[in-house]
Ligand binder design. Sequence first.
Ligand SMILES: Nc1ncnc2c1ncn2[C@@H]1O[C@H](COP(=O)(O)OP(=O)(O)OP(=O)(O)O)[C@@H](O)[C@H]1O
Ligand SMILES: C[C@H](N)[C@H](N)CCCCCC(=O)O
Ligand SMILES: [Mg+2]
Length: 220
Amino acid sequence: MSALFVAGTGTDIGKTHVACTLIRVLKARGLAVDAFKPVVSGFDPADPSSSDPARLANALGDPAALPRISPRRYLAPVAPNLAARLEGDTLALEDLVADCRAALAGDHDLMLVEGAGGVMSPLTDDATNLDLIATLDLPVLLIAGSYLGTISHVLTALVALRARGATIAAIVMSESLDAPDLVQTADALGAFERETPIFLAPRAEHWDASALAEHLAKGL
Ligand SMILES: Nc1ncnc2c1ncn2[C@@H]1O[C@H](COP(=O)(O)OP(=O)(O)OP(=O)(O)O)[C@@H](O)[C@H]1O
Ligand SMILES: C[C@H](N)[C@H](N)CCCCCC(=O)O
Ligand SMILES: [Mg+2]
């Protein structure tokens, strides 16, 4: 496994947050890690600092990597295909696949490819993140929240991913604001999902991702 697709059960769920922490931990262990987000919406060129590619670039220790990490950047905070259309662009799955494959051909121990939104959020007018995952045939790091309702969202995402033959390397439950107890929620999920390890990301700027890193590093 030299690449992982960082997918979410939804948007604003913790994909970038978890990816950045994982990058820092793996880099500290001496691994050559890289990141790619094929398309980003909600990107403000006048203030890119809080954007996904900027956060990923900072985690990599290479702020100048922003345009390489996300070559397709759109302003409107909506689905990428809609945001692109507002700027006169039409996104095509084959172009996103080609961009990802070019990034995956680079020299690294692990490439994290972050999607946009959730597993079945649209990327183009006729393709979702799931279509990109299936086409790239990458193992998935599935990021979930811990809010009331997350169990159904995780199990539904797993059904959708497995129906397209995707393998799930791990699940990370990233603690949501104003949510029920994180450990209890993860245990409740674990009663229904016994195949895939579930890691916890408590609500904090920095959390101990060493167990997750060790699990993923085994596959490298
Ligand atoms: N475990 C956590 N602890 C602290 N903050 C968190 C945690 N998980 C998510 N957040 C915060 O919640 C917000 C949304 O997280 P993030 O940007 O990672 O979502 P995302 O899934 O990448 O969204 P998008 O679909 O836009 O890419 C961010 O401000 C992030 O810092
Ligand atoms: C703007 C946001 N942060 C993401 N980049 C895009 C989320 C698209 C979600 C589409 C949907 O599933 O309804
Ligand atoms: Mg993100």
